[in-house]
Design a binder for this molecule. Structure first.
Ligand SMILES: NC(=O)c1ccc[n+]([C@@H]2O[C@H](COP(=O)([O-])OP(=O)(O)OC[C@H]3O[C@@H](n4cnc5c(N)ncnc54)[C@H](OP(=O)(O)O)[C@@H]3O)[C@@H](O)[C@H]2O)c1
Length: 507
């Protein structure tokens, strides 16, 4: 791998497998929304993990920005507590002390005239003191209405020194029109290559392993198509409810919260053609082709649901309509299942069944590739409990790994066949902690690698599909709630499969 000018390699025994990665240029990382949940639970713990592995630039500064009053000192204390509570590694005072020395805080409101002045002055000073060269990463960890004034102010202050990158959190718009408007707003000040739209699923190790599984192994690619695959099932199940975020969820629902981004990205990675290389543009070119090839499903191919009261892991939980902040007659969906088709040569007529929901029986994200049955089934009659077809199951979370279901002979006399599993579990194979998605995504941004970020054309294709589904929903009023919390969703989702002579994977 070529090393960009001005970058140096670091000795780093903790960075297993990353030894050949260049170290990022000096820069300042500005986190807007530094007093918020994301900064506390994910961003600072991720930065601590990178600091521990000595993956951050040698000359670096982190500037937290929010309206809440705080000083550098109180911000450092606050962030220290966040790291102690949420980091995946044991807390080390020496590592923290070094990271804390690079932390600063600016209390301001960018919506006010001159709201950006204090930040601008601090960055200028840090440039001089630390030699950051004017390089900036701006992380927009703020609610959507706060984005516009921040972007406008950043655009006004661009002076052509150093490089600039902008990380934008989800949600990226509410529909196609608003996503386009947001893109236009960002593009007025930033080039597409400078915009890093986060879909944190792409930062997960297991999602990246899907690419490794498919393209680093010769045995899968020849059978990864309509001739050998019967269908694909993708499940994004959460056992939690809306966790006090009714304001957001009432507007979003499962289709905007999960389907539009994480789920369609998982589908695109599963279905895409091999890219010619692993540069950001090649990978994203292949993903967007899949998204473009997705056929809009008819109303019979989409099921929506909303949970009623029930028991999740033995604890009684209220119905969605009883959650704080939710309208008592809300028709926001907390569950979606759909049958999708990718209309191209590889996948024509191969259904992709997808489902996602809240308050389901268990937290689980999986991609199951179900292969066609053996063409001539000599063992069918003697198989114990019926011989099941081969399934390659990618566990995205939890229990990260890959498992292949195969038929095997039961030991003893006679020829009894049973389905067994060949398992690869990350924890067992590598004996190393799994990095958090945000570690990878922050580091990639510092390095300027946008492979694991969503490009504007992908976002637009995703919204086009969602808009079409949501438009069809306007025609009737669903009878909600239609599934009990702690189950696997509404019965109509089972019917969606049964009509095709198939069923959702057993759990
Ligand atoms: N939390 C997560 O796990 C998560 C996951 C995925 C995506 N996201 C996205 O990340 C963003 C932040 O989420 P969050 O959970 O951290 O939200 P949050 O806890 O409500 O924090 C929002 C932050 O933005 C600041 N803020 C709010 N209104 C503002 C305004 N008008 N102008 C400037 N700053 C403002 C708040 O600080 P002050 O009030 O002090 O200004 C606070 O620091 C959202 O877009 C969310 O959808 C979050």
């Amino acid at each position: 791998m070529a090393v960009a000018p001005g970058t140096a390699r670091q000795e780093n025994p903790l960075a297993e497998g990353l030894a050949l990665r260049p170290s990022p240029d000096p820069c300042a990382l500005v986190i807007f929304g530094a007093s918020g949940d994301l900064a506390h639970r994910k961003l600072l713990p991720a930065l601590y993990a990178l600091a521990l592995r000595r993956l951050l630039p040698s000359r670096f500064a982190i500037v937290g920005v929010a309206r809440t009053a705080a000083t550098d000192e109180s911000f450092r204390e606050d962030m220290k507590a966040a790291v102690q509570e949420h980091a995946r590694d044991p807390f080390r005072q020496d590592v923290w002390a070094k990271l804390a020395a690079s932390l600063h805080y600016v209390a301001t409101d960018f919506a006010d005239a001159g709201g950006e002045d204090a930040l601008h002055r601090l960055l200028e000073r840090l440039d001089q003191e630390r030699g950051l060269g004017g390089n900036r990463v701006y992380y927009l960890a703020v609610p959507p209405p706060a984005v516009s004034p921040i972007v406008d102010a950043l655009g006004r202050r661009r002076d052509g020194r150093g490089w600039t990158r902008l990380i934008v959190e989800k949600p990226f718009g509410h529909d196609l029109a608003s996503a386009r408007a947001l893109t236009a707003k960002l593009r007025a000040c930033f080039a597409e290559e400078e915009i890093f739209r986060i879909d944190h699923y792409l930062g997960k190790e297991t999602v990246q392993n899907l690419l490794a599984l498919r393209f680093a192994n010769g045995i899968f690619e020849p059978i990864w198509n309509r001739q050998f695959v019967d269908h694909v099932q993708i499940t994004v199940a959460e056992s939690i409810g809306i966790e006090g975020r009714a304001g957001y969820y009432e507007q979003a629902g499962a289709i905007r919260d999960i389907f539009q981004n994480h789920l369609l990205q998982l589908l695109a990675l599963t279905a895409m053609e091999p890219p010619i290389d692993f540069t950001a543009e090649s990978v994203r070119n292949e993903k967007v082709k899949v998204l473009r090839a997705l056929r809009t499903p008819g109303p019979r191919s989409v099921v929506r649901g909303q949970y009623g009261r029930g028991f999740v892991e033995g604890v009684e939980v209220p119905a969605y309509r009883e959650e704080e902040g939710v309208a008592p007659d809300s028709i926001t969906e907390t569950y979606v299942a759909a049958k999708l088709y990718v209309d191209n040569w590889r996948w024509a007529d191969t259904p992709f069944y997808v489902r996602m929901g809240k308050r389901l029986a268990r937290r689980e994200t999986t991609i199951a590739i179900q292969f066609k049955r053996a063409p001539h089934p000599p063992f069918e009659e003697i198989a114990a409990e019926g011989l099941r077809p081969n399934v390659l199951l990618v566990h995205v979370q939890p229990d990260e790994g890959v498992s292949l279901a195969i038929g095997a002979k039961v030991p003893g006399q006679g020829m009894t066949i049973r389905t067994v599993h060949m398992d690869f579990l990350y924890g067992g194979a590598f004996r190393t902690g799994m990095p958090e998605a945000y570690e990878r995504l922050i580091l990639d941004t510092l390095l300027g690698d946008s492979t694991l970020f969503t490009r504007t054309d992908e976002v637009e294709e995703q919204w086009s599909l969602v808009d079409a589904i949501v438009a069809a929903w306007q025609r009737d009023r669903p009878a909600f709630p239609n599934y009990a919390a702690g189950t696997w969703g509404p019965p109509s989702a089972d019917d969606l499969m049964h009509r095709d002579g198939r069923s959702w994977r057993r759990h």
